[in-house]
Design a protein around this ligand. Structure first.
Ligand SMILES: Nc1ncnc2c1ncn2[C@@H]1O[C@H](COP(=O)(O)OP(=O)(O)OP(=O)(O)O)[C@@H](O)[C@H]1O
Ligand SMILES: [Mg+2]
Length: 359
């Protein structure tokens, strides 16, 4: 698909109940043409429900769905022109890879020559050239998942929906296929909605992330935005590791700072818009933004005692009991931990701190 062919998608006020339980609460969202958008959120927050409604496998109580100017939620599933990939790739076991990929083309009565050409294109796109005559059982999990993706993309759908397509793969393969999928999408320019509850996956793959919580959108933004400037306590806790310390916002001459109950004062780099002087906040500090000072100069920052150190390969997690900020976790490059040990007194400085509202 060329970038000009991709169409934007609009979800307008989607509302879904299961009995008395509200699964989606007036969810509205604009997806840009050619965008890779990820729904991220805890189990049960409504990710699959949203995808099923868009695909026409579930019916909403109210709300509308548009592809470009065209309303599509009134159409039956088969006429919505959506490519679907679910967790259990569900390839047709009796068909070859080639036949699986051609399936949607056959249904849409593409001429045989164009089908054959398109299948070769898709095999190249998912790096499975030469495997077209194999049966699914003769492929690895990652290869099968790539066939499922090729099948979903082959007929140039207006929208591709991927619901946790990587969750059956082991950790190493998952990382590989994750990058494959990202590159395939960048090449194919197809508007894509990807679902995961794995925040790393969301950060790696997405143009934008929609963070969901209990049937509502908590925050929408680029991966960097969600990571650096979470808008709520939920976002701050859900996306990436974070230290949250209760504090009060102080704004002096446009400079924002957090003051904790024990009177520790930390400069804030970013603050959720709308927070005013005196507001109750959570000061959020990422583990990698806590710098540990030992020896000379260790009394400059705020003080802490090292409780434990957890080796992770490239980095070491350092659990600290700070004077005035409670328990904190720092993440230090392994080559910088020489001289830090459990039981030791150290100084701390904060390379970046952010504030979200605290209710
Ligand atoms: N058919 C149904 N009947 C009743 N409740 C349902 C039905 N389908 C889903 N739910 C409920 O709606 C909520 C949202 O479910 P959904 O499958 O959308 O979650 P999800 O975000 O995809 O979670 P997961 O990450 O576990 O896949 C859940 O609380 C679920 O129990
Ligand atoms: Mg789900």
């Amino acid at each position: 698909m060329s970038p000009e062919q991709a169409r934007p998608v609009r979800l307008a006020n989607l509302h879904k109940r299961f009995g008395g339980f509200v699964a989606l609460e007036n969810l509205s969202l604009d997806i840009e043409a050619g965008e890779f958008l990820t729904f991220l959120g805890p189990s049960g927050c409504g990710k699959t429900t949203t995808l099923k409604i868009v695909a026409g496998l579930l019916t909403q109580e109210s709300g509308e769905i548009y592809f470009g100017e065209r309303r599509i939620d009134t159409l039956p599933p088969s006429r919505r022109n959506i490519g679907l990939v679910f967790q259990n790739y569900a390839l047709f076991p009796h068909m070859t890879v080639r036949e699986n990929i051609a399936f949607g083309l056959r249904m849409r009565r593409w001429p045989a020559a164009r089908q054959a050409e398109r299948v070769e294109e898709m095999l190249a796109l998912v790096r499975l050239q030469g495997m077209g005559n194999r049966k699914p059982e003769q492929l690895s999990g990652g290869q099968q998942q790539r066939v499922a993706v090729a099948r979903a993309l082959a007929f140039s759908p207006d929208l591709v929906l991927l619901d946790e397509p990587l969750s059956n793969l082991d950790a190493k393969l998952r990382e590989e296929v994750r990058l494959d999928l990202r590159n395939i999408q960048r090449q194919s320019h197809q508007t894509t909605v990807f679902v995961t509850h794995d925040q790393i996956e969301a950060l790696v793959m997405s143009d934008r992330i929609v963070l969901m919580n209990s049937g509502r959108i908590e925050q929408i933004g680029s991966p960097q935005m969600l990571y650096d400037e979470p808008a709520t306590e939920f976002a701050a806790r859900f996306v990436g590791a974070n230290n949250l310390v209760p504090a009060r916002l102080e704004v002096v001459n446009g400079e924002a700072a957090a003051r904790t109950g024990s009177d520790v004062h930390v400069r804030l780099n970013t603050v959720v818009p709308g927070l005013a002087d005196g507001a109750d906040i959570w000061m959020c500090v990422r583990p990698e933004n806590i710098h540990i000072i030992t020896g000379e100069g260790s009394s400059d920052g705020s003080g802490a005692t090292v409780l434990d150190m957890i080796f992770q390969g490239t980095t070491v997690l350092v659990d600290l009991e700070s004077d005035g900020l409670g328990s904190l976790r720092a993440e230090v490059p392994a080559r910088h931990v020489a001289g830090i040990a459990a039981g030791q007194r150290v100084g701390l400085t904060f390379a970046a701190a952010h504030a979200v509202p605290r209710s």
